[in-house]
Design a protein around this ligand. Structure first.
Ligand SMILES: [Zn+2]
Length: 512
């Protein structure tokens, strides 16, 4: 029997082959293969657990090897595979001709405790053609989310004999036909109670349709936070693979998964978030907020309050859709393909530009406030929108468009993009939204001609826009044309797209 453990390093992690050699000599157990203290402690836990589970611990010289040898190994999930290997090697349980993934922490009584990162471990096993897993009972549902695997739950080590005997006879455990999918969009707050500005609603729909990052600037009470929290309700639901990705990241983070969530994740970290909490890190290595928002939305409210290094470090995940963390000389990667929404007051006191209010901030204070956000991160945000508080009449009237209609339009525009991007180039299969079109392909997908071209060029000159701003405007215009069911980008789309680029160019950080 080939027993594998799993080291949760990065998104996929690495499978670890567990071998044991038992020979006569002075009784001792040695674990080799860069085992950390927590893994080396497995020999003590395994020794007592094996006895308390009704087996005998071999009074011989035992060498356990964990390979690849140069990979540092951490955590208590190695207890079960090491104990199983010792039991099969000493002939106390059946040595079945199978490759098995085993994970679990042992208590001294021989009971099994759940471990984190089970879902990515099972997915990694399946990728290596291992389709049998032995895991703690509490991790059963999570492992069972992967359809092509037989999962054997154990409450304690004494059940191992029975399970391995069943495996030897090729008994197949009863299992569900498919993983339960829950967490639909019906369960989150939608825009039915939202009375924000009409232009803000339209901008949110454009951002959702094209996957564009968005910056909302406006005074307190303009509905920025409320809008951001309702934003996922107009996004497409996750497909099976995306839902598995998200669940894997939450599992690595330490949250046991029992079901697949269809709605896109929404993360709104507090502005005191550390660099590690945002990007991932700590020990043992866990994904950060940018990865927990993968396939969903990352919302930074009151963004100038965030640490400057945290804000600027977001540039890599925003640009590439993944984040690299250097750990013990290795580069460890977590996916982080999220849509970014940032919100801020127009100035530190919040009154700048508000009718009937007086801003108490000095020009220098306002400049410093915006400078924190300027540069590389702001460059990667297509839509920058000034949000005004809604007109009083909107607070009492009912919304003109129902949230369901918004969502339908977004979904139609998304499927239009997807087929266009897919048909144009197979190498760009992963390119699913207009926001992700690389600069080199802008002219292929966002071509403008005639009057639209003239309007675009004159706008670029009169507003003094950079090439990057020009690309953003063309991509947003492409999305607007998709929403309006137009094959060509027209003048109105260009005009509307330029309206979503209201600040953040050069020194002119705020238009007022
Ligand atoms: Zn102010």
């Amino acid at each position: 029997m080939d027993i594998y453990a799993h080291e949760p390093l990065g998104f996929d992690g690495i499978l670890v082959h567990v071998e044991a050699d038992i020979r006569t000599g002075i009784p001792a157990v040695e674990i080799v293969g860069l085992a950390s203290t927590s893994v080396r402690e497995a020999r003590e836990r395994a020794r007592i657990a094996i006895r308390n589970a009704g087996f005998e611990f071999p009074q011989d010289r035992i060498l356990v090897n964990l390979s690849p040898a140069d990979l540092p190994k951490e955590g208590s999930a190695y207890d079960l595979p090491i104990a199983l290997k010792i039991l099969t090697k000493s002939g106390q349980v059946e040595d079945v001709p199978l490759r098995i993934l085993a994970m679990g922490e042992l208590t001294l009584e021989g009971n099994l405790r759940p471990v984190r990162g089970v879902l990515p471990a099972v997915r990694a096993a399946v990728a290596h053609n291992i389709h049998t897993c032995i895991l703690p009972q509490e991790n059963f549902e999570e492992a069972n989310l992967v359809s092509s695997v037989r999962v054997w739950p154990l409450r304690n080590l004494s059940e191992a004999g029975r399970v391995l005997m069943a495996l030897g006879k090729r008994v197949v455990p009863g299992r569900r036909t498919s993983a339960p999918i829950t967490g639909t969009l019906d369960q989150i707050q939608d825009f039915s109670d939202f009375r924000g500005d009409e232009t803000l609603m339209r901008a949110l729909m454009v951002a959702a349709a094209g996957g564009h990052n968005m910056f909302l600037a406006g005074p307190p009470g303009a509905g920025k936070t409320m809008a951001a929290h309702r934003f996922p309700s107009i996004l497409p639901e996750l497909d099976m693979d995306e839902a598995l990705d998200t669940a894997s990241l939450y599992s690595l983070w330490g949250k046991t998964q029992a079901e697949l969530i269809q709605r896109p994740p929404f993360r709104a970290p507090h502005h005191s978030a550390s660099l590690e909490g945002m990007l991932g890190g700590s020990k043992p290595l866990r994904p950060g907020e940018v990865s927990l928002a993968h396939h969903g939305v990352l919302f930074l409210d009151e963004c100038p309050e965030f640490r400057r290094d945290v804000l600027q470090a977001l540039r890599e995940p925003v640009e590439h859709g993944y984040v690299d963390i250097v750990r013990a000389g290795r580069i460890i990667r977590f996916p982080s393909d999220f849509q970014l929404i940032m919100a801020a007051n127009p100035c530190p006191c919040g009154n700048l530009g508000m009718a009937g209010k007086t801003c108490l901030c000095s020009p220098e204070e306002i400049r410093r406030y915006w400078k924190k956000l300027g540069g590389p991160l702001l460059d990667r945000i297509d839509m920058r929108i000034a949000v005004s508080p809604p007109a009083p009449s909107r607070l009492i009237g009912s919304p003109r468009t129902s949230p369901g209609v918004f969502r339908e339009k977004v979904l139609t525009a998304r499927s239009r993009q997807r087929s266009r991007l897919k048909n144009a180039c197979t190498a760009l299969d992963n390119l699913r939204t207009n926001a992700r079109i690389p600069p080199a392909r802008i002219s292929d997908f966002c071509a403008v001609t005639g009057a639209a071209e003239r309007l675009f060029l004159s706008g670029m000159v009169s507003y003094g826009l950079s090439a990057r701003a020009g690309h953003s405007i063309l991509k947003i215009a492409r999305t607007i044309a998709d929403l309006d069911d137009c094959a060509e980008i027209g003048e109105s789309a260009i005009e509307e797209a330029m309206g979503y680029r209201q600040f953040g160019e050069g020194d002119a950080v705020w238009p007022i």
